[in-house]
Design a protein around this ligand. Structure first.
Ligand code: NAD
Length: 286
């Protein structure tokens, strides 16, 4: 039976690390890191995420600002707001909650955030630095996945890691971070011919797909570490992951639950990234 990788408990540890750092930074530089979150419209899931992000920021003692814009807001107005925050010296980190309403070009918005304030690590400058193996802002969910894997104490070097999903925000960056730690990495996706044959090779299996229960116990190698990034809502309104927890926990050595696994770690790593943005902007703080 697998041990549970408790993302809620680990996220509390990370947030406490940030909380101590905020105190030190304020004492040293005379101001707290400031995270600015923009939400457009009333998407209920986005509202929950944003609320949790602002709550976490308050817990760590950093400053946070929430900018709520109506779903009818024009792309021009949103870009203007981002430009304003880019040039505001009191703002260290900017997050625009995705998805955006259809009339707004998400790519334009991502590109508009100043790379040094791009707390999500989605700007092409940060993405290219990540792929070049240079210091950069690492996207929050992939960073949280790595911290969860590290908390098992298992050495990633030389292990076979299979990442299911190849999105720019989760699958690809997770694969790159595992590669940086000398794992042998396979990326599986919607066109993978025999998914089970691929996932059964994994010492470390990361599922980031968005399909409830896609990964079944028979697809898991005995003793594997299984990380479930998926957040899906069932018909009865409950949250579930991409991993069939009951059957996979019979096979895995470690497994993340949903909820309470990767989700809370994403928010905790957002706090870490805000500190990183602050340090990159304050002379001498790095
Ligand atoms: P996405 O839709 O951008 O990408 C999904 C990927 O899954 C694609 O690359 C696709 O090739 C692959 N895929 C689709 N069907 C497949 C199949 N049958 N077999 C194998 N691969 C398949 O999604 P995303 O943005 O990467 O998000 C993935 C999931 O993770 C979603 O459930 C999302 O809600 C969740 N998510 C969670 C967090 C968190 O903080 N826990 C953060 C981001 C995303």
């Amino acid at each position: 039976m697998a041990k549970i990788l408790d993302g809620k408990a680990l996220s509390a540890v990370v947030k406490d690390e940030v909380r101590s750092e905020v105190v030190e930074l304020e004492a040293k530089y005379g101001r707290k890191p400031c995270l600015c979150v923009i939400i457009v419209g009333e998407n209920p899931a986005s509202q929950v995420y944003v609320r949790n992000k602002v709550k976490a920021a308050a817990y760590t003692g950093m400053e946070s600002r929430l900018i709520e814009l109506p779903s009818s807001v024009s792309e021009e107005t949103l870009l203007g707001k981002i430009a304003e925050l880019n040039s505001d010296p009191s703002v260290d980190a900017i997050l625009v909650q995705l998805p955006l309403p259809k009339h707004i070009d998400e790519e334009k918005v991502i590109y508009a955030v100043a790379p040094e304030k791009d707390v999500d690590g989605f700007h092409p400058s940060n993405v290219s630095l990540l792929w070049l193996g240079k210091e950069c802002i690492v996207p929050c969910t992939p960073a949280g996945v790595m911290r969860l894997i590290d908390s098992t104490g298992v050495d990633i070097c030389g292990k076979t890691a299979v990442v299911v999903g190849r999105s720019n925000i989760v699958g690809k960056p997770v694969a790159k971070l595992l590669l940086d730690r000398n794992a042998t990495v396979v990326i599986a996706h919607s066109r993978t011919a025999d998914l089970g044959a691929v996932t059964r090779q994994a010492d470390i299996l990361v599922a980031a797909v968005g399909k409830p229960g896609l990964i079944k116990g028979e697809m898991v190698r005995p003793g594997a570490i299984v990380i479930d990034v998926g957040i899906n809502r069932t018909e009865d309104g409950k949250l579930c992951g991409d991993v069939d927890f009951a059957s996979c926990s019979e096979k895995a050595s470690w497994i993340t639950p949903v909820p309470g696994g990767v989700g809370p770690m994403t928010i905790a790593m957002l706090m870490k990234n805000t500190i990183r943005c602050f340090k990159s902007r304050v002379p001498g703080a790095r």
